[in-house]
Design a protein around this ligand. Structure first.
Ligand SMILES: CC(C)(COP(=O)(O)OP(=O)(O)OC[C@H]1O[C@@H](n2cnc3c(N)ncnc32)[C@H](O)[C@@H]1OP(=O)(O)O)[C@@H](O)C(=O)NCCC(=O)NCCS
Length: 466
């Protein structure tokens, strides 16, 4: 029984001003003297600024390759055109976070339980500093996030004024924008802060926003699906565990699942829609709330993050039509029918990856350990044997293998989080870790406003017609 339920949304506490956070490096040490994230970061920045300067000076005029007309009209596929430090995606191997693969993260980052899943706070440290944190450093981040987690009352009132059936991703975007009034960066810019100090205010905003997101997401969940009966944050739980707790889930397996989920969805280099959007909007010096909200509006697209919701719908429809244990032939026909009706098979394919997504494999390993006999897991496993073959036969799909979204819903369903329209919000909370960490670096490195060149068809025709 959740002892901490605190009544309907409408009874929540009133507006409260955000605590003032100094832009100096005053938060350099936690109470027990452990170096804080901000201090560690501040020591790294000058060296990286010099590195970028040298890179520009020595190699700035060198070519990174040709841009074809296909690339220009094909969604800029394959054009190397932005700097993104926190992660890098190899088409064959998948994602590496500051050089570490998912199994390496699982082996090296501190966990909440012995041998358990990494704490996303540790990943945040890694993304921001490029270094694997100690357990004490991770604990300090958990505490720092807890200190910053208060959600002003007006945010709850803004959410409460929305229709109950507003899509959870719309509520997330609105909720984040409501938080924007507390932006330290926007205030610092208005005060005329020197540009060398921008990163500090962006760090403050980013940490505040990351800290508040679990509560914001949990409120969206509880008001949309649980009559607005909110649950107070747990006083000692970690960031991701607390998210599950405030949503109403306490099963230790579910808490571990949430830590893993929040870790692996965080970053996927810079070119994907949510990361690139956050980066682009941030390059105009829009503050982290504005830029992250923009990224979330991109994540809400069905070809990007909303695919996790679409996968569940598609699986439910499949089960309704074919029963819980369909044979391979029936599944093959169902996949073919999906294609014939002009729709994509959600959870399969990728713009960059050319192999099974290691984030899929990580979730599959988790399911094999925690829910080996779960029928939905078995169904998703069976799909692996059918879908790539059918997609491959079309001859046009560059990657017929499953991506992260093909598996995440299975884990959530197993623990009772059955409301698939909420799934992209969980993805979005995690994505904050990657895009906001990069946002801090983008300002620390003084990256300029983005402005790629666009072309008209006429210009292309003229250029290549003799
Ligand atoms: C992710 C995705 C958008 C990448 O798109 P992309 O880079 O254009 O992929 P490709 O180059 O392989 O696409 C070539 C063709 O195959 C189609 N295709 C790709 N994946 C497909 C899928 N899962 N089901 C059906 N068709 C697919 C594309 O729509 C495109 O068709 P078109 O030429 O008629 O427009 C695409 O694979 C997709 O729509 N997947 C399903 C949605 C999804 O799971 N999204 C989450 C991604 S993490």
């Amino acid at each position: 029984m959740l002892a901490q339920a605190v009544g309907k949304l409408g009874l929540a506490a009133g507006a409260q001003a955000l605590p003032a956070v100094s832009l100096s490096l005053s938060r350099c040490f936690s109470a027990d003297g452990v170096d804080t994230l901000k201090k560690t970061l501040s020591e790294l920045i000058p060296e990286q600024q010099e590195r970028l300067k040298a890179l520009k000076k020595t190699h700035g005029a060198k070519s990174l390759g040709d841009v074809t007309v296909d690339m220009a009209i094909g969604g800029m596929r394959g054009i190397p055109g932005m700097l993104w430090e926190t992660s890098l995606l190899d088409p064959e191997e998948g994602i590496r976070f500051r050089g570490l693969s998912i199994p390496e993260l699982q082996a090296q980052l501190p966990a909440a339980v012995p041998g358990g899943q990494p704490l996303p706070e540790g990943l945040l440290w890694l993304l921001l500093t490029g270094k694997v944190p100690t357990k004490e450093q991770v604990t300090a981040v958990t505490e720092e996030l807890r200190e910053r987690s208060h959600l002003p009352g007006h945010v709850k009132r803004v959410l409460n004024s929305m229709p109950d059936d507003a899509h959870p991703m719309t509520q997330l975007s609105v909720g984040v924008l409501a938080l924007q009034s507390g932006s330290h960066f926007a205030a610092a810019y208005t005060r005329g802060t020197h540009k060398t100090k921008y990163w500090q205010a962006v760090y403050e905003d980013s940490m505040d926003l990351i800290a508040k997101l679990p509560q914001l997401a949990a409120i969206i969940y509880r008001r949309t699906y649980k009559n607005g009966d909110l649950i107070h944050p747990h006083p000692t739980m970690d960031w991701a565990g607390n998210l599950a707790f405030m949503m109403g889930y306490e099963n230790p397996g579910c808490l571990e699942m949430m830590r893993m989920y929040q870790t692996i969805h965080s970053d996927h280099e810079g070119g994907n829609v949510s990361a690139h959007t956050t980066h682009l909007v941030g390059s105009a010096l829009s503050d982290p709330y504005l830029s992250y909200a923009a990224g979330m509006n991109g994540l809400a697209g069905p070809l990007h993050g909303l695919a996790n919701q679409e996968v569940l719908r598609w699986l439910k429809d499949l089960t309704a039509k074919l029963g819980p244990n369909p044979d391979k032939e029936a599944v093959r026909k169902y996949v073919e029918d999906t294609l014939a009706s002009g729709k994509v098979v959600p959870g399969y394919g990728h713009a960059v990856l050319r192999k099974t997504d290691p984030r899929y494999t990580c979730q599959r390993d988790f399911a094999s350990r925690y829910m080996p006999e779960y029928p939905l897991f078995k169904l998703v496993s069976n799909l692996y044997e059918v879908v790539p073959e059918v997609l491959g036969k079309t001859g046009k799909i560059k990657n017929p293998w499953p991506n992260v979204d093909a598996h995440s819903g299975v884990l959530l369903q197993y623990y009772g989080i059955t409301e698939e329209n909420f799934y992209t919000v969980l993805f979005g909370v995690s994505r904050a870790l990657g895009v906001l960490a990069q946002g801090v670096w983008s300002r620390a490195l003084g990256l300029p406003i983005e402005r790629p060149k666009s072309l008209t068809m006429e210009m292309l025709e003229k250029k290549f017609t003799a």
